[in-house]
Design a protein around this ligand. Structure first.
Ligand SMILES: NC(=O)C1=CN([C@@H]2O[C@H](COP(=O)(O)OP(=O)(O)OC[C@H]3O[C@@H](n4cnc5c(N)ncnc54)[C@H](O)[C@@H]3O)[C@@H](O)[C@H]2O)C=CC1
Ligand SMILES: O=C(O)C1=N[C@H](C(=O)O)C[C@H](O)C1
Length: 249
């Protein structure tokens, strides 16, 4: 049974991973919290992650925390040779570069969204944007009112897919009085209630509108995907991997 450490173990996703871990065993968690344990899983300060990874004989780390915490644990993974699945979003360019550095010495799989549906949505977006060349594009996402990063990592990944097909200029929200430029893509982030994660791309033109959307109904979908990725990652060569590699396996 795969021995998993969860970074961000006291958070919403940390709890979802513990709940979803049926074919894996969560043996330790990392969080900056006064809590000693959560659901029977010992909680360790991220600063002591390298020692804990060895002490608990961890096979792989599953991360759903904050960028600073993910990078601390990534360094511990690089030091101890433990593979890492990174689910945390909101990294800046320097943070992404530091994750790339870690992937030189460990297998590291990063995904902004571990649902299979979003993997399919991204492939549909690529085909739709390529085919509907002159249609206006607008991107919306909605999440719970505790989410601290905007737009979502998933929305940023969808933007990356779009920009592989078309030069677009993101406009983050709109106000004031100005015409819409043809190369714009409006990007809108809504925060309300306990919405698990909704994303929609609208393609409008030629007297029609195409809407491509996804709704996560439970954090379990992300937890299950991350655990599948973790089991898939163990034993692989050092390098940078994507969730699409797992979905296509
Ligand atoms: N890739 C994916 O499929 C998904 C990614 N996420 C991302 O996962 C992250 C966490 O989301 P939630 O669980 O909802 O957040 P949360 O706020 O509920 O939990 C964050 C966790 O990080 C811990 N933390 C804070 N500072 C830390 C540090 N320096 N080192 C280690 N841990 C630290 C907190 O104690 C808490 O346990 C966010 O970036 C979110 O966007 C969330 C769902 C799915
Ligand atoms: O914070 C969340 O909850 C989520 N964050 C990820 C993101 O930023 O895209 C994935 C999912 O949408 C849930």
């Amino acid at each position: 049974m795969t021995r998993v450490a969860v970074n961000g173990v006291t958070g919403q996703m940390g709890g979802a991973v513990i709940e979803a871990a049926t074919d894996s065993e969560v043996v330790v968690g990392f969080a900056t919290s006064e809590t000693d344990a959560v659901e029977g899983v010992p909680v360790v300060d991220p600063a002591d992650a390298a020692t804990a990874l060895r002490e608990y004989d961890v096979d792989v780390v599953v991360d759903f925390a904050v960028p600073e915490g993910a990078l601390t644990v990534a360094e511990a993974c690089a030091e101890t040779g433990v593979p890492m699945v990174v689910g945390t979003t909101g990294f800046d360019e320097d943070g992404l570069a530091r994750l790339q550095d870690a992937s030189e010495v460990i297998p590291l799989l990063k995904a902004t969204n571990f649902s299979q549906g979003i993997q399919v949505l991204q492939r549909l977006v690529s085909e739709a944007v390529d085919t509907l060349e002159d249609y206006d594009l607008e991107l919306m996402e909605t999440h719970h009112n505790r989410k601290v990063d905007a737009p979502s990592g998933t929305a940023t990944s969808i933007l990356d897919v779009i920009q592989e097909e078309r030069d677009v200029e993101p406009v983050y929200g709109r106000e004031g009085h100005a015409p819409r430029e043809a190369d714009e893509i409006g990007v809108f982030a809504r925060r309300a209630g306990d919405v698990r994660g909704e994303h929609e791309l609208v393609l409008a033109g030629n007297d029609e509108v195409l809407s491509l959307s996804h709704r996560a109904e439970d954090r379990g979908v992300f937890a299950a995907g991350a655990l599948d990725a973790a089991a898939w990652l163990v034993g692989r060569d050092a390098g940078w991997y994507a969730f699409g590699d797992v979905v296509d396996a």
